[in-house]
Design a protein around this ligand. Structure first.
Ligand SMILES: C[S@@+](CC[C@H](N)C(=O)[O-])C[C@H]1O[C@@H](n2cnc3c(N)ncnc32)[C@H](O)[C@@H]1O
Length: 195
């Protein structure tokens, strides 16, 4: 992601703290939740979500991004591998106006047949970056765009130009199938635990 520096607001009330739901995070599942609400807002704003959009979120975790996506779009379909997170998501949104606009699929996104969606917005576990990118690029019917948080080096490979040090087979294969741009640079301290 590229552009804009995200600054933490000083003196924010505790209600703005990231929702962790008492869950311990497993690094092996790439569980680094977004803890900066301003960053979450910025991602949603840069995604250009329409109120009619069906949004695919991969790895919703405890739902900090999910909540903002629900506010912006018509429906969120979230695919999450960890049953503890699925339970926490259900608890968090149960009985709220969002509950009938959120569908949670428990499973490995790489093995899940994806439903129709207009746009994908996700802070993904970095270890699935490559297979997930190619799964999305071959998804039919085509969707409008995907806004995905990648590890910096992977993101730089996606946007590399001929002659750049990071220009590689991944660059060529992805740029053949999509127009790719870098939206935002995100520091590791925006994640819990730091990514
Ligand atoms: C980087 S965290 C993002 C959490 C949340 N979206 C946020 O931004 O705060 C990645 C999430 O993806 C989930 N995950 C890991 N591997 C997955 C897979 N293969 N399929 C679906 N979800 C996966 C993890 O359990 C975790 O909730």
């Amino acid at each position: 992601m590229a552009g804009g520096k995200i600054k933490k607001e000083k003196g924010k009330p505790a209600s703005n703290a990231p929702y962790q739901g008492g869950i311990s995070f497993h690094k092996s599942k790439g569980q680094h939740i977004l803890k900066n609400p301003l960053l979450v807002d910025s991602i949603v704003q840069k995604s250009g979500i329409k109120s009619t959009d069906v949004i695919l979120e991969i790895g919703p975790g405890t739902g900090n991004l999910t909540k903002k996506l629900l506010e912006a779009g018509k429906m969120v379909i979230a695919v999450e591998i960890d049953s503890r997170m699925v339970l926490e998501l259900q608890r968090r949104f149960q009985g709220t106006p969002y509950s009938n606009r959120l569908k949670v699929i428990q499973g490995d996104v790489l093995k899940t047949e994806l439903p129709y969606f207009d746009i994908c917005v996700a802070n993904i576990p970095y270890q699935i970056s490559s297979p997930l990118t190619f799964k999305l690029l071959s998804h039919q019917p085509a969707f409008r765009c995907a806004i995905i948080m990648f590890q910096r080096e992977f993101a730089m490979r996606l946007v590399a130009q001929p002659g750049d040090k990071l220009y590689c087979r991944l660059t060529v294969n992805t740029q053949l199938l999509a127009r790719i741009s870098h939206l935002l640079k995100v520091g590791k301290n925006n994640f819990r635990p730091p990514a």
